[in-house]
Design a protein around this ligand. Structure first.
Ligand code: F2R
Ligand code: MG
Ligand code: MG
Length: 321
C-alpha cells in the first residue's frame, strides 16, 4: 500500500495522499483568509488582486479543532471535540478576526454550565437547531479521514455537526461537503468529470433541498451561467443550503485550477470566507498542496501547524487500514 495505488485508484499512493490531505486543510485556510476581508459584501464581477494578509476566521479555527480532536483521540469523541472547540475559542480574537456566528459561542457557554455536548445545540433557534453553514465549513478533516468509507463519513459528520448544529439541513450540508472532499481525494487530476461529480453528490444526499440544488448546479454548469445567475439560483448566504451547493459549484465550474476556484468563490459576495473555505477544501483535496500558490501558503497564519495536523491525520488513516 505504500507505493503504486491506494484503493485501486492509480497514482493515489501515500505521497499523493499526503499532498491531498495537506491541500484540503491548507485550502480551507487559504479560501477562508482570501474571503475574510469581503465577508458580507456585495457581489463582485472579478477579484483580480485580492487582499491577502493570511489571517483566517472561525471556519479554519474550527476545522483545526476537528482535526486536533480526531488525531488526539484516534477517532471521534464528541465530548473531546466540543472541549477542543472551547479550548481554541478566544472571545477577544473572535471580535477582532475570527468572527464566529452567534450559535457556537452560545453552545460553548451552555456546555460550560453543564449541558451535554450533544444536547446544547438543540436549544438554539427556538429548539429547531441551527441550519447555518458552521458545521460544513469545518468538516474537511472528516471527509479526509473517511474518504473511502462513505457510511462512516456520514455517521461521524452527523455526530460532529451535532455539537453546534442540530437542524437536519445544517447537518446534511456538512455531509454533502464532507463527501465532496472525499470524492476529490479519490480523483486524480485532470480526470474528474464535474457533471458526474455533481451526480454522485446528488445520489449521496438524503435531503431533497440539496438534491434540487445539486441538479440546479449541473444545469448552471451546462449553460456556463454568469455569476449573477449562480448567486440567484444557489445563493451566497450563511445558511448551509444556500452556500454548500454554491461552494461545490465553484469547484465543479473551475476544477482545473485551485486559484480559479477560490477567486471565483470569493467573487460571488455574501459569505465569502466560508464559500472560499469550502471550495478551497474540495479543490485542495483534488489538486494537492503543490497546486496552491506558494505565496498564499507562505502568508497563511499557522500554515506549518495546519500541514503538520494534516500529516497526523494521514498517519491515523494509515494506522486504521
Ligand atoms: N458570522 C459570521 N460573520 C459575521 C460576524 C458577526 C460577528 N459575530 C459580529 O457580531 O459582528 N461568520 C461565521 O458565521 C457563519 C457560520 O455560522 P454558524 O457557525 O453556522 O453560526 P449560527 O449562529 O449557528 O448560524 C448562522 C446564522 O444562520 C441563521 N440561522 C441558523 N439557523 C437558523 C434557524 N433555525 N432559524 C433562523 N435562522 C437561522 C442565523 O442568522 C444565524 O446567526 C460563517 O459565515 C462563518 O464565517
Ligand atoms: Mg468565518
Ligand atoms: Mg463566513
Amino acid at each position: 500500500m505504500q507505493r503504486g495505488f491506494f484503493l485501486g485508484v492509480p497514482g493515489l499512493d501515500v505521497a499523493a495522499l499526503r499532498l491531498k490531505f495537506r491541500g484540503s486543510m491548507l485550502g480551507t485556510g487559504v479560501g477562508d483568509a482570501l474571503g475574510r476581508p469581503l465577508e458580507g459584501g456585495v457581489f463582485r464581477l472579478v477579484v483580480e488582486q485580492p487582499e491577502f494578509d493570511g489571517r483566517y476566521t472561525d471556519d479554519t479555527e474550527m476545522m483545526i479543532g476537528v482535526a486536533e480532536s480526531l488525531v488526539e483521540v484516534g477517532g471521534f469523541d464528541g465530548e473531546h471535540m466540543a472541549r477542543t472547540f472551547m479550548r481554541n475559542y478566544d472571545p477577544d480574537l473572535d471580535r477582532a478576526v475570527r468572527r464566529y456566528g452567534p450559535g457556537p459561542p452560545t453552545v460553548f457557554r451552555l456546555i460550560e454550565r453543564g449541558e451535554r455536548w450533544d444536547a446544547a445545540s438543540r436549544r438554539l433557534f427556538g429548539g429547531e437547531g441551527s441550519f447555518g453553514n458552521g458545521a460544513a465549513m469545518r468538516i474537511a478533516p472528516v471527509g479526509l479521514l473517511y474518504f473511502d468509507e462513505p457510511e462512516a463519513l456520514r455517521k461521524i459528520t452527523e455526530q460532529s455537526s451535532l455539537i453546534t448544529h442540530a437542524h437536519p439541513l445544517g447537518v446534511e450540508g456538512a455531509v454533502v461537503q464532507a463527501y465532496a472532499v472525499a470524492l476529490a481525494v479519490k480523483s486524480k487530476p485532470p480526470s474528474l468529470n464535474p457533471r458526474e461529480f455533481l451526480e454522485e453528490l446528488e445520489a449521496f444526499t438524503r435531503e431533497e433541498v440539496y438534491r434540487e440544488a445539486l441538479r440546479e448546479a449541473a444545469l448552471l454548469l451546462d449553460e456556463r451561467a454568469d455569476r449573477r445567475k449562480v448567486v440567484s439560483a444557489l445563493g451566497n448566504g450563511v445558511e448551509a443550503f444556500r452556500s454548500v451547493p454554491t461552494a461545490i459549484y465553484c469547484f465543479a465550474a473551475n476544477a482545473e485550477s485551485f486559484e480559479k476556484t477560490v477567486l471565483y468563490a470569493i467573487s460571488l459576495g455574501g459569505d465569502t470566507d466560508t464559500i472560499g473555505a469550502m471550495a478551497g477544501a474540495i479543490s485542495g483535496a483534488y489538486h494537492g498542496e503543490e497546486k496552491i500558490p506558494s505565496e498564499w501558503v507562505r502568508k497563511l497564519e499557522n500554515a506549518d501547524y495546519i500541514a503538520s495536523l494534516a500529516d497526523r491525520l494521514l498517519e491515523l488513516k494509515l494506522k486504521q487500514q
